[in-house]
Design a protein around this ligand. Structure first.
Ligand SMILES: [Zn+2]
Ligand SMILES: [Zn+2]
Length: 284
């Protein structure tokens, strides 16, 4: 029994066989949270969750969609459409009984759109993060934070909200790729840390420590199991041994196996505790 706490089965990659992918995953005893990145994928995620026991959804506006841009992620070219965060629309979606979180959203300074100044992009990203922090606080839901090359700024925003007594359900930092210090600060603030198939990738050249691990593997080893979640971020970031193929939610088992190996414990224990963590955070 595992819960893939972050996948995107409503995405275009599953257009032809989404129901088969979901059934295949549920048949293997894996539940999932399918994550919205703008209003339409948030809505379709909820529709899928309505149809299946063992599937829940989250709703949010990803920073990628604040400006039109195109970039290659894994094997797929992503072309984003522009959207402004509509508080009323997302508030309505958040009331759906199978909506378990607000997200994914967050600061991402890695993919910077062309033709817009960096200052302007950062300003708009922060504004959109604040709007979704406010909605999560109002709806008493946890947040799913996406962050890349912006952990310091993201932490500063989270700290401010937590200190003000907001974000009482806290949330998770998904697809964590920061440092140990950043992980520790999120943990201190009451957040969960979630790892993807990146954990299964062998260390890159020059990255391998004396322990034979990549920096992110070392961090996963150190994060207490009680504060850790597993995810695929499917269709992206396919874990070893399926790298090169399209990712599917059931492949979260390879992430769990890697964590068990890193911590020197049974995969059953990883499955049991991370499932309990997900149930506690998302109230499922
Ligand atoms: Zn993300
Ligand atoms: Zn995602």
């Amino acid at each position: 029994m595992l819960i893939d706490t972050h996948c995107h089965v409503q995405f275009h990659s599953y257009k032809k066989d989404m129901d088969e992918v979901i059934k295949r995953t549920l048949d293997k005893g894996v539940f999932m949270i399918t994550v919205g990145t703008q209003s339409d994928t948030s809505r379709t995620g909820l529709e899928i969750a309505e149809k299946y026991d063992g599937v829940w959804a989250s709703i949010g506006l990803h920073s990628y969609h604040l400006h039109e841009q195109e970039f290659a992620d894994a094997n797929e070219t992503i072309h984003t459409r522009t959207e402004k965060f509509d508080q009323d629309l997302f508030r309505k979606l958040a009331q759906h009984p199978k909506c378990v979180a607000i997200g994914e959203f967050g600061l991402d300074y890695f993919h910077m759109p062309p033709n817009v100044s960096r200052e302007q992009v950062i300003h708009e990203q922060k504004e959109t993060v604040r709007a979704q922090f406010d909605l999560a606080t109002e709806m008493n839901l946890p947040v799913i934070i996406h962050c890349r090359d912006a952990y310091e700024d993201q932490l500063e925003m989270v700290e401010k909200y937590v200190r003000a007594g907001k974000l009482s359900k806290r949330g998770v930092v998904h697809c964590f790729v920061g440092t140990q210090e950043i992980a520790d600060r999120f943990l201190e603030l009451g957040f969960y840390i979630s790892f993807t198939g990146i954990l299964t990738f062998p260390p890159r050249k020059g990255e391998k420590g004396e322990d034979g691990l990549s920096p992110i593997q070392r961090i996963a080893k150190n994060v207490p199991l009680e504060r850790l979640l597993v995810e695929t971020d499917a269709p992206y970031l396919t874990p070893v041994p399926h790298r090169g193929e399209r990712n599917e939610p059931w492949m979260v088992q390879f992430v769990a196996e890697k964590i068990a190996e890193l911590k020197g414990i049974d995969v059953e224990e990883v499955a049991c505790i991370t499932t309990e963590n997900a149930r506690k955070l998302f109230l499922i």
